[in-house]
Design a protein around this ligand. Structure first.
Ligand code: GDP
Length: 293
């Protein structure tokens, strides 16, 4: 884990060396941009903070920190992935290659097995473009003791998902977690493919619940906002898992994604092992962003 994250270090240093003047707010704005919070949000946030500090004549470090925290809290969107009992639940996992998608599928399966007590889970190897992705998911399924529906590399992903849902319905499965390809030869092809898969799931669902979950890599910073936009436009994203949060000293991109797209964060990936997944906790996130103990 990085010793410092977000704007905590900078904040501490700023409070130590500056009065609360214009320069303070400018430096704070820079620190927010540096921590991946984006130019727009950093400007909006420091503008609001500056106005409140003046209006209410906040002067102490604690008062200002509390106000900043409250402003940030107002921007966050956090929501657990809720499953519908007694129904088939499908989680379609999306994200570009390398973000940690396959690992996250296994972590989610482990979470739903152990924390939520879901027994009948089925994994679907919907990334048919990479043989390695099919092998990786099959191996993880074995480790978790879960069935994996897969076809040969290069087969139609829509057909694998179709098979997966048919098999889940036949077995009385409660939860299907389906992988998807994260890269085709171009963005249009990816969007088209995902829209097709989305249609297949919707038509095969038969009253079940369906959620599209995007995995983002916390180390990719501002680029993750663009990724979220593309996937959200293609199929509509219900929930985001922030993988590799243990590997970044920044992590501020959660704020612009919530602010711009309003998609809630549900889980955070904190390492490579299957147990390194935590429910996204807004207050803990704010602690880490603001450098609270
Ligand atoms: P995919 O291509 O999106 O399916 O990505 P993978 O699941 O294969 O993961 C890519 C790499 O990221 C692997 O080396 C994983 O072990 C690693 N990884 C995935 N999630 C995390 C995480 O939360 N933290 C860390 N440190 N590494 C992760």
């Amino acid at each position: 884990m990085p010793a410092w994250r977000g704007i905590g270090k900078k904040l501490r240093e700023l409070f130590g060396r500056r009065p609360i003047d214009e320069e303070f707010f400018l430096e704070l704005e820079d620190a927010m941009i540096e921590a991946d919070m984006g130019v727009r949000i950093a400007g909006e946030m420091t503008g609001a903070l500056r106005a409140t500090v003046r209006e209410r004549t906040l002067a102490t470090r604690d008062e200002i920190l509390a106000e900043l925290r409250s402003l940030l809290r107002g921007f966050l969107c956090v929501k657990e992935i809720a499953l519908t009992p007694g129904r088939l639940n499908v989680l379609l996992i999306l994200g570009v290659n390398g973000v940690g998608k396959t690992t996250t599928i296994a972590k989610l399966a482990r979470h739903f097995q152990t924390v939520r007590g879901i027994e009948k889970i089925l994994l679907v190897a919907g990334d048919t473009f990479r043989a390695a992705a099919i092998d990786q998911l099959s191996l993880l399924g074995e480790r978790l003791g879960l069935p994996v529906i897969a076809q040969a590399p290069g087969s139609d992903p829509g057909s694998v998902i179709y098979d997966g849902i048919a098999s889940a319905t036949a077995r009385g499965t409660e939860l299907v977690i389906a992988d998807t390809a994260g890269r085709l030869h171009n963005k249009e092809a990816l969007v088209k493919e995902l829209a097709k898969i989305d249609r297949i799931v919707r038509t095969r669902l038969d009253g079940g619940s369906y959620q599209r979950v995007l995995v983002l890599d916390a180390t990719t910073g501002q680029n993750s906002l663009q990724q979220a936009e593309v996937f959200h436009k293609a199929v509509g994203i219900d929930s985001i898992v922030l993988a590799k949060y243990d590997s970044t000293a920044k992590g501020g991109m959660v704020v612009p994604i919530c602010r711009e797209l309003g998609i809630p964060f549900s889980f955070v990936g904190l390492g490579e092992s299957l147990d390194d997944l935590a429910v996204f906790d807004g207050e803990r996130y704010l602690d880490s962003l603001l450098g609270a103990p």
